[in-house]
Every structure is written in C-alpha cells, then in structure tokens.
Design a protein around this ligand. Structure first.
Ligand SMILES: C[S@@+](CC[C@H](N)C(=O)[O-])C[C@H]1O[C@@H](n2cnc3c(N)ncnc32)[C@H](O)[C@@H]1O
Ligand SMILES: [Zn+2]
Length: 295
C-alpha cells in the first residue's frame, strides 16, 4: 500500500529515467516496465530518484553551510536551539488555497501536485519533495517528475525555484505533466537572505517570474510578502553578522537572539503590504494556466 493510493492511481506515476509506465513489484519496490530500473519504497513512500538526481542531492547536502552544525547539533544544543527559536521574522500571505479552489471548481477529484512541498501536509494534494519527511507522499527531483505526460490538473511550487539548479527545466516538466487547461502556482523570493534547502541559487522579480512562465497563460501575479518583513529579516541577519566574530555557529545563534528583538517589525506589513509601489517585494507569485483547450 502506497501513501499516494488514496490520492491517485499508480498509472499516473512514471519512471524518471525513461518516462514510461511503472508497476509495483512488491511492497518494497516499484519497477519500470521499459528500462527495468527499480525504485525503493520506504514507509509507503516511493523514492523515485534516478542515480544522477540522487548524486546531485547528496552533493548539495554535503556543501550546505549548515551541514557541519547540523551534525553537531544533537542533544542539549538542539534543545537549546529549539527553545531559543524566535518567531518568524516575516508575514506571508500565500495564494495556494486560491489555486486549489480554482482547480477543484472544475473537477472535485482533480489531481494536484505540490513539488518541493517540505512540511506542507494537505490531504487533497500529492506532496512531493527531494527530501524524505513525515509529510511527503513521493520523494523525487522536480527536474524529473515521475508523472505521466498530461496526467495532473494543478501544480504548486511554493518557494521551491530558488533552491533548484535549473528552474527552466522544471517549468518544462510542469508543462509536460499538466493537462491542457491545468493550473500552476509558483512563488519565489525577490528580496530575501540566502537560505539553504538544501541549496539556494536564484531570486526573481514579478517580471522574472512572468518570463520564466512565458509558455503559460497568466491568470494572476503579485506579492505575498511586504517591505516590513523584508526589513525585519535583513535587519536580523545584519545584526547577527555584525556580532558574529566571523563564526558561522555564532551567527546562527545570534539570528535567533536578534530575531526576538526584530520580529515585531513585520506587523508594519499589515499597513504596508499592498500600500503602493514598493521596490522591496519579499516573495512574488504567479498563477497561470497551461495553454491549449481549457476545461
Ligand atoms: C523553502 S522549502 C519550501 C517548502 C514549502 N513549499 C513551503 O512553502 O513551505 C523548499 C523545499 O524544496 C525542496 N527541494 C529542493 N530541491 C528540490 C528538487 N530538486 N526537487 C524537489 N524538491 C526540492 C526542499 O527539500 C524543501 O523542502
Ligand atoms: Zn524506465
């Protein structure tokens, strides 16, 4: 039994190596019907990563600035970090539910996929991420979606694109997998400090997102995080840098310490977000529809 079984048929999945159909060989493996590569199933979650994606992910994890710290942060250090942890420095208004509602309006049994879902857990969405966690339904690389062409009705990619090596390839994959008239939602930071998951490569303005999504029909774009949140998150990082003595572990602790002082600034966004022209969009979004006959 796979975690995805209540959300979609196995027929929707395909082999990320050769893009053809797969079958469940037994409880622990999924096999390709064509190239015969097989993929493990762990805790009912198919791990649909080909060798190249697996290698790329391992390298990115190794190169993380925080990798050493993560290894050492066990026991009381992890406990201290948890109790020191400051409230979020930003206010964010995500438009994901709006897209889910748009897709479900046409078809209540629609298949919606979130790529780079992290710890999001939605029962009406297939949660896919390159890292295994309790919430994911499928482990896969968004550059090689293990889904048949024109098989899904909606795709969400919330703050994923800055973490991938090649956003253009992912847009091509989204286009392939989406049914004609299907919806996409993409959000991406424009003004935001470097943050790893497991890497961080890109930023985009609304214009940049529009260009990235040029093969789709635009439904809406806008900003999800205002200038006060941007100021709050950069001020916290600036103060932590200033007093870090040039040491990364100290910087990480100070982020939390200064986070307690600076986080209330974000509430200015209750007035400033959407207040008027700002050159300090924190996170921008794009909602689009795949071209072709609408539903
Ligand atoms: C910043 S988190 C966003 C999580 C969630 N979408 C949200 O909005 O809170 C980025 C997520 O993308 C995942 N990710 C990074 N590279 C990926 C890739 N190539 N394929 C699939 N997921 C990836 C990371 O593991 C991480 O969970
Ligand atoms: Zn194959």
């Amino acid at each position: 039994m796979l975690k995805t079984e209540s959300k979609m048929d196995l027929g929707v999945l395909c082999c990320p190596t050769c893009n053809t159909s797969v079958h469940l060989r037994d409880e622990t493996r999924i096999s390709c019907n064509s190239c015969h590569v097989s993929y493990p199933v762990r805790d009912q979650v198919p791990i649909m990563l080909d060798a190249e994606s697996d290698r790329m992910f391992q390298n990115e994890e190794k190169e993380c600035k925080g990798a050493e710290l993560k290894k050492r942060s066990r026991g009381w250090i992890a406990y201290l970090y948890r109790i020191l942890k400051a409230p979020s420095p930003t206010l964010i208004k995500k438009n994901i539910q709006h897209v889910i509602d748009l897709v479900h309006k046409d078809n209540p049994r629609a298949i919606i996929l979130e790529i780079g879902s992290g710890h999001h857990q939605r029962n009406d969405v297939i949660n896919l991420d390159i890292q295994m966690n309790r919430e994911v339904d499928i482990v896969a690389d968004a550059h090689k979606l293990p889904f048949a062409s024109q098989s899904v009705d909606g795709i969400i990619a919330a703050t994923l694109m800055e973490h991938v090596q090649n956003p253009g390839v992912i847009l091509t994959e989204m286009k392939r997998v989406l049914k004609p008239g299907g919806y996409i939602y993409i959000s991406m930071p424009f003004c935001y400090p470097y943050h790893e998951a497991p890497s961080d490569y890109w930023r985009a303005s609304i214009k940049g997102l529009r260009y990235l999504c040029k093969d789709f029909e635009q439904v809406a774009t806008g900003t999800e995080m205002g200038p006060a949140s941007v100021f709050s998150v950069f001020l916290r990082a600036f103060l932590a840098t200033l007093f870090s003595l040039g040491r990364y572990p100290i910087y990480r602790v100070l982020l939390e310490v200064f986070g307690w002082v600076t986080f209330p600034l974000k509430y200015l966004d209750l007035i400033l977000h959407g207040y008027g022209p700002s050159d300090m969009d924190g996170v921008v979004y794009y909602i689009g529809r795949s071209k072709g006959m609408g539903k």
